[in-house]
Design a protein around this ligand. Structure first.
Ligand code: SF4
Ligand code: SF4
Length: 226
C-alpha cells in the first residue's frame, strides 16, 4: 500500500524515536543554500530536505565534567555518535526503499582540520529545522535541553514538511562564557573564537583515556532556556 507523505514523515519520526532519538526535525535546504551556497559542497546529490535527529547526552556523565573532559564523557560521546549514525542509516535505508535519495551524514566525522569541520554542519541544519538556536557558545541550543544534545542528519529528495527556525536567543545567560577554559566564548556567537577553542581541544585530546578533540564544559553548563 502506498503511504502518503504525512504517513512517511510520521513513520520516519517513529523509527528515529524507537531507536533512541530525543529530537526529530526537518529542514528545507532551499533557503539555506541561497544563504550558504557552499553548504553541501562536500557531499554528492541534489537534496532538498535534511532530516535532523538529536540524542540527549546523559546527565550523570555530564556531571563528571568539571574543567576538562573525562574518560567517561569521551566514551559516552563516541557511543552517542554511533547511536546517531545507526539511526541515520535506518532512516536513509527506509527512504531509499520508498524510491528517494537519502544520504546519512555522520554525527562526528572530521573531514577538515582547518577549521575543524564535518561533511555538513548539523547545527546549521538543526537550526533551520527549528530544533534550536545558535547560542553564544556557537552550539545549537534546544529550548529545553540546551546544548546537551548531539545530532546527525539525513539529506534527502523526499519532500517532507519542514520546520521553521526559532526566534530565541541566550537572553541574560552567560554560563558558558564564564566557564570556558579557553576564553573562546564572547557576547555573541559571531565573536566566538574557534581557534582558541580548538587549541584547547587539542590539549584535552592528550589527556589520559580521552584521546579525542572534545571538551564538554560549555555543554555541561548549558541546560536550556525554558
Ligand atoms: S568546547 Fe570547551 S574550549 Fe571550546 S568553547 Fe566550549 S568550553 Fe570553551
Ligand atoms: S550556556 Fe547560556 S549563554 Fe551559553 S549557549 Fe547556553 S544559553 Fe547561551
Amino acid at each position: 500500500m502506498t503511504m502518503t507523505l504525512n504517513e512517511q514523515q510520521a513513520r520516519l519520526e517513529a523509527l528515529a524515536r524507537e531507536q533512541g532519538a530525543s529530537l526529530f526535525g526537518v529542514a528545507d535546504l532551499q533557503p539555506l543554500l541561497e544563504r550558504e551556497p557552499e553548504l553541501l559542497s562536500r557531499v554528492p546529490g541534489a537534496h532538498t530536505r535534511a532530516v535532523v535527529m538529536g540524542v540527549r547526552l546523559n546527565a550523570c556523565v555530564l556531571e563528571s565534567i568539571h574543567e576538562a573532559p573525562t574518560p567517561l564523557y569521551a566514551h559516552h560521546y563516541m557511543q552517542v555518535n554511533y547511536l546517531l549514525d545507526r539511526i541515520a542509516l535506518a532512516l536513509a535505508t527506509t527512504i531509499e526503499g520508498w524510491g528517494h535519495a537519502a544520504l546519512p551524514i555522520p554525527a562526528s566525522q572530521v573531514v577538515s582540520n582547518r577549521p575543524l569541520q564535518g561533511h555538513v554542519s548539523h547545527k546549521t541544519l538543526g537550526g533551520a529545522a527549528g530544533l534550536g538556536f545558535i547560542g553564544r557558545s556557537s552550539l545549537l541550543i534546544h529550548p529545553q535541553y540546551g546544548a546537551q544534545v548531539r545530532y546527525a542528519s539525513v539529506l534527502t529528495t523526499l519532500p517532507l514538511k519542514a520546520g521553521q527556525p526559532l526566534k530565541q536567543d541566550c537572553g541574560s545567560c552567560h554560563a558558558c562564557q564564564e566557564s570556558c577554559p579557553a576564553g573562546a566564548i564572547r557576547e555573541s556567537s559571531a565573536a566566538y573564537d574557534l581557534t582558541a577553542c580548538h587549541q584547547t581541544l587539542q590539549t584535552f585530546s592528550r589527556l589520559p583515556f580521552v584521546g579525542h578533540q572534545i571538551c564538554g564544559v560549555c555543554v555541561k553548563v548549558c541546560k536550556g532556556r525554558s
